[in-house]
Design a protein around this ligand. Sequence first.
Ligand SMILES: [Fe+2]
Length: 251
Amino acid sequence: MSLKHNLVQISDTHLFSDKNLSLKGSNTYSNLKKTIEAVSRLKEKPELVLLTGDLSQDYTPESYKHLKELLEPLKIKYYLLPGNHDDVRIINKVFQYNWVKDQVDYSFEYNEWFFYFIDSTVFPNNWGELSDKQLIDFDKMISLKKNIPIIVFMHHHPVPVRSKWIDEMALKNADAFNKIIRKNPQIKAVLFGHVHQVFEEIIDGVFYTSAPATSYQVVPRVDNFAVEKLVPGFKFISLQDNKFSSKVIWV
Ligand SMILES: [Fe+2]
């Protein structure tokens, strides 16, 4: 039996420059602070923290500085992806990245796993889309990794979550993306944020799942936007022996 690796997915933090501001009734700064504290108390220590977009709500350098300051004390390596509420130019300044707008794709091997982060944003639109180049690069890279389990991380949802209002802001060219996913059974899970609700479904043999937001959750499977829960949550992921498992932890 191989070593178990634990990860945490945090999503949709929606921070403001002003730590006292609320979004839909939630103070997003204190929600993230509580979430990070809960992560630091986990008995099974995560090795990585993965943030799947909508880091900021107001595109300010201060909002990203708050994120950085909240993450640093964890002393756990973290990886970010932009969401539709993020400005890559500002993220680059605060985190000293060299990201290119709408093309923040990167991947790496992690122990016996392979992680692919794909940038679904099309700044400044709310919906997502992948360029032809992104799809080609993704297809090429994944085909080279036939014998290693893969997890794909993204912001927008590539499958409908059956809420009309948010499905209108899904990944536009999801069919092209899912076609690549389907022909690569070594892809164990596709993880996303954006939907502010927990979604877990096996579709065509692939596990599609979202992390809850740390900011606020919405009522799932309804046509119109409605806030459901104000408590933050995150996803705890375990990888062992080619097997992906995850659970939601409410804070
Ligand atoms: Fe969001």
